[in-house]
Design a protein around this ligand. Structure first.
Ligand SMILES: C[S@@+](CC[C@H](N)C(=O)[O-])C[C@H]1O[C@@H](n2cnc3c(N)ncnc32)[C@H](O)[C@@H]1O
Length: 280
């Protein structure tokens, strides 16, 4: 089960009120959206965007018959276009809770986990370069770059080298095959898996391209909340804030992080950082 991260803090930050419209750019099964929906009754609407077709279908089923929830199976990187196509106006707030959900790890069978043997896919959508293709076709320098930048892995050189050596003999096709390459550096596993997932889904690029669109479509006084789980993502948000100082205000100078109690109940919250921006 996926538990929404920083629920109280997101609500306080976005401050939803009766009859306001919100966008949930990373809808999943609407964990955060359900909390917002309670506050925007009776006429407020949510436009939910979910890239993963399997999750989207489940979300559609869950919110069937709810005319206050509009669901779109697309990437938030197409935010402006999606808003236009759905004629969604008067937007008081946008939430981006980026990355994968617990469902991806526990149930997708697409190789997001290093605890089970699954094909190395790691894609949210059907198209795209899979983690398997990345591992078996990227040059040593490219692999080093993603392990260093997206995984923040110190042994990036050694790991890239080990991958190149192994794949010369036989392609690396599953999570366990990749793990056996990393046998000497087991503590690097989460960072290497994270790097491959971020690269496969173009996650940092997507976030970079989406923030300006979000600011543009918000009404004046509208709020954008971004929850990130990786310093590369948080850096993009900080940079965006710096570059757009004259069009926005920040609610909190430092990012909001979960309380210890939340981390104890939801380990996924451990690295979460929330930033709230208000459009001038
Ligand atoms: C961390 S989960 C969101 C959980 C949700 N806020 C909740 O509490 O229930 C992120 C979700 O965003 C989706 N996602 C990832 N990248 C996306 C993108 N570029 N566009 C739309 N959805 C995306 C994932 O498939 C996943 O379901």
């Amino acid at each position: 089960m996926h538990i929404p991260v920083l629920p109280k803090e997101v609500l306080r930050g976005l401050s939803p009120k009766s009859n306001e419209n919100f966008i949930d750019g990373t809808f999943h099964l609407g964990g955060h959206s359900e909390l917002i929906l309670k506050e925007i009754k009776p006429e407020g609407k949510i436009l939910g965007i979910e890239i993963d077709e399997d999750i989207f279908k489940e979300a559609k089923e869950k919110f069937k018959g709810n005319d206050k929830v509009i669901l779109v199976n697309d990437s938030y990187v197409n935010l402006e276009k999606i808003v236009e196509q759905n004629d969604f106006k008067n937007i008081s707030g946008i939430l981006l809770d980026v990355g994968m959900s617990s469902w991806h790890i526990d149930e997708s069978k697409r190789g997001f986990t290093f605890q089970k043997d699954e094909p190395l896919n790691m894609l949210f959508q059907k198209e795209g370069l899979t983690a398997e293709e990345i591992v078996n076709t990227y040059s040593k320098e490219e692999l080093e770059r993603i392990f260093k930048d997206y995984g923040e892995e110190k042994k990036y050189r050694k790991i890239a080298e080990a991958i190149l050596k192994t794949r010369k003999e036989k392609p690396i096709k599953t999570t366990f095959e990749l793990i056996s390459v990393l046998a000497q550096s087991r503590q690097s596993l989460p960072r290497i898996f994270q790097a491959l997932r971020i690269e496969a889904n173009g996650e940092l690029d997507n976030l970079r391209k989406t923030l300006p669109q979000a600011l543009k479509i918000l009404k004046s006084g509208g709020r954008l909340a971004v929850i990130s789980f990786h310093s590369g993502e948080d850096r993009i948000v900080k940079q965006f804030i710096k570059e757009n100082k004259e069009s926005l205000e920040i609610l909190n100078k430092k990012p909001i992080v979960p309380e210890l109690g939340e981390i104890r109940q939801n380990s996924r919250a451990r690295s979460a950082k929330l930033r709230i921006i208000i459009k001038k």
